[in-house]
Design a protein around this ligand. Structure first.
Ligand SMILES: [Zn+2]
Ligand SMILES: [Zn+2]
Length: 127
C-alpha cells in the first residue's frame, strides 16, 4: 500500500512532517547541555497541545521539533529540567529533536514541522 503523506486530501498531514525519536539524545543550542536519554519534557504530557508522554508536540502550526513552553515548565517543576544558562530571553533550553526526512526506523515518531532534516546526525553516525 502506498499513499502520499503530503496529499491535500489527507487533512492529518497538511503540515510537512519529519521523523524523530523523543528518547534520542538532544543538545541545547544555547548552553550545549546534553540529555542522553532525550528531552526530559517528553516524560510528561504537554499541557499546551495535549500531546501524550513520549510523543512529540502536535501544534497544528508546525515547528514541533521544539516542545511547547508549558511542557518545559512541567519538567522544570519536577526538577528534571533546570533553567538554561545560555543566552536566551526566556530561560528555556533550545533543544530541537534531531529530524529525518524519511522514516527508515519503525521506532521513529512523526513530527509536524517544515524544518529541514538535521545534518549533525549523519556526522555522528557516518553512512
Ligand atoms: Zn506541546
Ligand atoms: Zn540550554
Amino acid at each position: 500500500m502506498t499513499y502520499d503523506l503530503f496529499s491535500r486530501k489527507n487533512p492529518t498531514f497538511r503540515t510537512p512532517v519529519r521523523w524523530s525519536c523523543t528518547s534520542e539524545s538532544v543538545t541545547c543550542r544555547r548552553c550545549h547541555h546534553e540529555w542522553d536519554d532525550g528531552d526530559p519534557a517528553y516524560r510528561f504530557a504537554c499541557p499546551d497541545c495535549n500531546a501524550t508522554p513520549a510523543n512529540p508536540c502536535q501544534r497544528s502550526a508546525g515547528g514541533n521539533e521544539r516542545v511547547c513552553p508549558g511542557r518545559d515548565r512541567v519538567a522544570q517543576a519536577a526538577k528534571l529540567l533546570g533553567p538554561c544558562e545560555g543566552l536566551s530571553w526566556d530561560g528555556r533550553h533550545d533543544k530541537p529533536l534531531p529530524l529525518r526526512a524519511s522514516r527508515t526506523d519503525p521506532a521513529w515518531q512523526l513530527v509536524r514541522t517544515g524544518s529541514p532534516a538535521t545534518r549533525v546526525f549523519s556526522d555522528r553516525y557516518p553512512v
